[in-house]
Ligand binder design. Structure first.
Ligand SMILES: C[S@@+](CC[C@H](N)C(=O)[O-])C[C@H]1O[C@@H](n2cnc3c(N)ncnc32)[C@H](O)[C@@H]1O
Length: 194
């Protein structure tokens, strides 16, 4: 089996930090409204894990949605993304709900969350990760049984065949595919921890 078939990513590049500013533009809401995409998954009191949040386009909305009794843990490999996310969270008054961390390229640094997470978001990130199966194994350990994870990839960067290969691999590695939600300009799958 080739690396691509096993869920390993060979692209090997990370979104430049300055692109983070384009990803938080309010115009993005026209096509990718956080409420429409995440409204049926993120509920008050939940613990949410977001891998690769960038500057927090989805994180701030999720912090509002989980409320004061919930928590959103955001892990990103780029310190500049995390710094901007923290600034934005403070400005929006949700910094007490968001725990933003710089992680390693191969280590999400979420060992303290084992079995605690209700929902996980991996949006436009998987194609930047070298070893997707290793990353999802760390992520899987954080999820409660039957908790879900939304994975979305940009159609411009990732072909359907590559996305299907990645999801197919994850489906045999402790997850089941429960839904293919419609997300503009994206391939998307909702995975559930077995
Ligand atoms: C294209 S941006 C998407 C940002 C955000 N999810 C969004 O949709 O606005 C990809 C993000 O993933 C982060 N990233 C790349 N590799 C990562 C890794 N191994 N672990 C965590 N984050 C990573 C990048 O630093 C960047 O912030």
């Amino acid at each position: 089996m080739s690396d691509a078939e096993k869920g390993k990513n060979l692209a090997g590049h990370v979104c430049p930090w300055w692109l983070g500013y384009f990803l938080i533009t309010p115009l993005r809401r026209i096509l990718q409204s956080p409420e429409k995409i995440l409204g049926s998954y993120v509920k008050p009191g939940m613990t949410v894990l977001e891998v690769g949040p960038g500057m927090g386009y989805f994180s701030l909305w999720m912090a509002d949605a989980v409320g004061a009794d919930g928590k959103v843990v955001c892990v990103d490999v780029q310190e500049k993304m995390i710094r901007a996310l923290k600034r934005r969270a403070a400005k929006a008054g949700v910094d007490a709900t968001i725990d933003a961390r710089v992680c390693g390229a191969a280590d999400l640094g979420v060992g303290d969350l084992d079995g605690q997470v209700d929902f996980c978001l991996v949006f436009a990130v998987a194609h930047e990760i070298d070893d997707v199966d290793a990353m999802f194994e760390q992520l899987r350990r954080t999820l409660k049984p039957n908790a879900t994870c939304l994975v979305a990839e940009p159609k411009g960067h990732v072909g359907k065949k590559d996305f299907d290969n990645t999801i197919g691999w994850l489906a045999g590695a402790g997850f089941r595919v429960v839904e293919h939600p419609s997300v503009a300009r994206s391939h998307a799958a909702l995975l559930q921890r077995e």
